[in-house]
Ligand binder design. Structure first.
Ligand code: HEM
Ligand SMILES: *[C@@H]1O[C@H](CO)[C@@H](O)[C@H](O)[C@H]1NC(C)=O
Ligand SMILES: *[C@@H]1O[C@H](CO)[C@@H](O)[C@H](O)[C@H]1NC(C)=O
Length: 512
């Protein structure tokens, strides 16, 4: 009776049964999981296994900020809209007034980002962007004064000397008739130079060789390194699993290299009493006079100093360099806007060497161009928050503790109801005296808002504006035809970055 054939049949039969049960059970499970928001009485977009609403991102069809802009558009008419991040229900806050409550007024309910970090094994990941609760508050309070206006004045000359070097480099290149550049690459070199000098006082190598710091920053997010992509993505997918695996973001070589560089810099400064206009100097002052680098009562440990300067590279490098690249791309496409900006720059009568802190802030059109660039291309196109204690919305809906919330600033910035004709690059929207339309509070958020807004905002503003000033006071930018007018974002990166680069030609101007 139980011959070979019989066994074979029943084996197949059982397998089939198991499969069938699995399929049915998965279906039931999925429809249960992905009806969460429906059961809670909230409109949401659909989810499916295994990625929830994030399929386009995981399969790299779209950049993350475009995925969230899609969800934002689908949720038209809703203040709060549900979606599924893999199997977890999450919320997109759409309404500017509700955004204000979440980011500013009721901040204590939403003070964390829910980003992964691993202070013990990966000290460089414990920086202010990812820290939480009291620990975040402690560090933010300590470092905030360094980003205040008077400290920016202190760093202004350092940033300026980098833009002087950028101009020199471009003048040399153009005299050797090299005038075409890929902007993302070029501006990365400028921005890493600015960061190396202002954060840790490390002199760079002026655009010539490969730069260790920039390689280091690249290694953390290298899209071609599968292992690193996994390290970087898993925590977004499942923090508990990441914590269980003791995952680190920062490759060990990078950490060793960076801590080593810092030790050398600190030693040198101690021995020779060197004072530089940089962030490191300010942090060292905070450390106090004790010789050992441990966690002093008021001071910071070497690891803490390292993490807080390392975040300059992570949060400031890509963002600033993409901003300049996106801006020059638009200027190359619109000559009348470019001319108006050049006229304003020429009206100061100053070279990049002569321009002062106050003068650069008084250039209104430059400011409008800067803001419009960040409107159309916010480098960080999604804001993140995590609800840390239950919150009752004005309409009575309860956001439960542990729920993750995203805000699609990219979606807001491209919404035609908030920014008419959103694809059009039009600095007049931000004209200080007569804006071409009203901008609703909390609809324009390139740097976030509230107590956790971008701490480097003013710093970024100076490095972008001085970079543009250095270029446009000597050159005109022209399109080479190699880059399509509509920029596609690289789907492998978390920040908005041009996928195929941006190619322009720098044409020397005859000035003064
Ligand atoms: C154009 C350039 C930049 C843009 C568009 C940008 C954008 C942002 C955004 C959107 C956030 C999240 C804010 C929020 O959640 O409300 C952020 C946070 C942050 N940014 Fe920037 N950023 C830029 C440059 C910089 C620079 C140059 C630095 C370093 C000096 C920096 C350091 C930080 C830090 C440390 C945080 C986390 C703050 C906290 O959680 O307390 N950013 N940035
Ligand atoms: C938005 O939130 C989800 C969690 O709901 C998170 O996984 C995702 O990474 C967030 N977006 C970005 C750009 O990180
Ligand atoms: C350039 O920008 C100006 C001002 O916003 C606008 O009026 C004009 O139509 C734009 N030109 C092109 C070619 O896009």
């Amino acid at each position: 009776m139980f011959g070979d054939n019989g066994f074979f049949h029943s084996w197949w039969g059982e397998l089939l049964l198991v499969l069938l049960v699995t399929v049915v059970a998965t279906r039931i499970y999925a429809s249960y999981v992905f009806s969460y928001w429906h059961r809670r009485g909230l409109a949401s977009c659909s989810g499916s296994l295994p990625f929830g609403s994030m399929g386009d991102f995981v399969l790299q069809k779209k950049a993350i900020s475009e995925v969230f802009a899609d969800i934002y558009r689908q949720g038209e008419g809703h203040k709060l809209y549900g979606y599924y991040s893999f199997l977890s229900p999450a919320l997109l806050v759409r309404d500017p007034e509700l955004i204000r409550l979440v980011l500013v007024k009721d901040f204590p309910h939403f003070m964390n980002r829910g980003a992964y970090f691993n202070e013990k094994d990966d000290p460089l990941s414990a920086h202010i962007f990812s820290l939480e609760g009291e620990q975040w508050k402690k560090i933010r309070t300590k470092v905030s004064p360094f980003y205040a206006t008077n400290k920016m004045k202190f760093m202004f000359d350092t940033i300026k000397s980098c833009s002087v070097d950028l101009q020199k480099y471009l003048l040399e290149s153009s005299s050797m008739s090299e005038s075409e550049f890929e902007l993302k690459n070029l501006m990365s070199k400028y921005s890493i130079e600015v960061i190396a000098q202002t954060a840790i006082g490390m002199e760079g190598n002026n655009y010539k060789d490969r730069n260790m710091l920039s390689e280091m920053s690249f290694k953390v997010t290298d899209p071609n390194d599968l292992m690193q992509t996994f390290r970087f993505s898993l925590p977004f997918i499942n923090r508990k699993l990441a914590a269980f695996l003791n995952l680190r973001f920062t490759p060990k070589e990078t950490e060793d290299y960076y801590l080593d560089v810092l030790r050398q810099i600190i030693d040198e400064r101690r021995k020779e009493n060197i004072v530089k206009n940089d962030f490191m100097h300010l942090l060292l002052q905070l450390k106090g006079k004790s010789d050992t680098i441990d966690k002093g009562a008021g001071g910071l440990s070497l690891e803490e100093i390292a993490a807080q300067t390392f975040v300059f590279i992570l949060a400031g490098h890509e963002t600033s360099s993409s901003t300049i690249a996106f801006c020059l791309h638009e200027l190359a496409l619109n000559h009348s806007i470019q001319q108006q900006l050049i006229d304003e720059i020429d009206s100061t009568g100053c070279t990049i060497q002569q321009i002062t802190f106050d003068q650069i802030q008084d250039l209104h059109y430059l400011d409008a161009v800067f803001q419009e660039t960040l409107r159309k291309y916010p480098p960080a196109g999604v804001l993140l928050r995590e609800c840390v204690k239950d919150y009752v919305c004005p309409d009575g809906f309860v956001i439960k503790q542990g729920t993750r919330l995203n805000i699609s600033n990219y979606g807001l910035h491209r919404n035609p109801k908030l920014f008419p004709d959103p694809e059009k690059f039009d600095p007049n929207r931000f004209d200080k005296y007569s804006p071409s339309h009203n901008i609703l509070p909390f609809s324009y958020l390139p740097f976030g808002e509230g107590p956790r807004f971008c701490i480097g905002k003013r710093f970024a503003m100076f490095s972008v504006k001085l970079g543009l000033y250095a270029i446009l006071s000597k050159f005109r930018v022209e399109s080479t035809g190699k880059s399509a007018p509509t920029v596609a974002f690289n789907p492998a990166l978390f920040l908005n970055s041009p996928k195929d680069g941006i190619h322009v030609r720098f044409v020397p101007r005859t000035v003064r």
